[in-house]
Design a protein around this ligand. Sequence first.
Ligand SMILES: C[S@@+](CC[C@H](N)C(=O)[O-])C[C@H]1O[C@@H](n2cnc3c(N)ncnc32)[C@H](O)[C@@H]1O
Length: 262
Amino acid sequence: MLSYQHAYHAGGPADLHKHIVLAELLARLTQKPRAISYLETHAGRGLYDLEAAETRKTGEAAQGIARLDPDPATPFGRALAAVRAAAGPSAYPGSPAIARALLRPQDRLALMELHPSEHAALRTALAGAGVAIHRRDGLEGALALAPMAPRRGLVLVDPSYELKPEYAAVAGFVRRLVAKWPEATVLVWYPLLPALRHRELVAGLHPLAVRLDEVAFDPEPPRGMTGSGLALLNAPHGAEAAFAAAHAQAKGILRPLRTPAA
Ligand SMILES: C[S@@+](CC[C@H](N)C(=O)[O-])C[C@H]1O[C@@H](n2cnc3c(N)ncnc32)[C@H](O)[C@@H]1O
């Protein structure tokens, strides 16, 4: 069993990038009353406490959400406010909680999480009507479920990239997923690390029509991850605005990089 725990990174600059874009995309996908599906391959525990020892230890939240005062009129601000109203002022929503806060009773969620304690915590935080929580490999599970009904929807792919082969595996997974479920919008997160391993993932996505958004963390961390990347496929109309919204909302925390040509 791998050891990654998202509590160490919750609310950091990478989470802001991913979560603001996710919230903007979900707001666009739910503009029409028609139901949508939401699927996550790597869900995490769903709900985090910024006062927890793990979260305080890395200081990532101090460089991220602690420096932001989200506008409750934005989708991300709305989700954060809803989660804090229910769970207290030091709560920080993981991506499943952001999705549940923004989705409607007619929408369906399917969440994959392999780690036993993260899966148990996810069940405690998110179990409810319309939410299916699976303890299984996220890539295998998503391909088994695809296409979900309703077919219109969003798949978030957010692995921990603990193993080098994950970059190529994610690209291969996305190619198979969009072949099985062409209506799904797919959002893939990847880290920008000095070893530039994400290039293998991006190259593997390029046979598809993909939009990339890469940001550097400001200030630049002294070591480790220097920035965050998102790859978006089958984007809904106007989706470029989701990237611009994240840049505007997290200005001073995230610095947009010149995005490689898609
Ligand atoms: C980056 S975290 C997810 C964070 C979450 N998406 C969020 O934004 O709040 C990655 C998660 O994947 C889980 N994980 C690792 N390998 C997995 C696998 N093969 N299938 C499903 N989940 C896995 C880890 O336990 C961890 O909770």
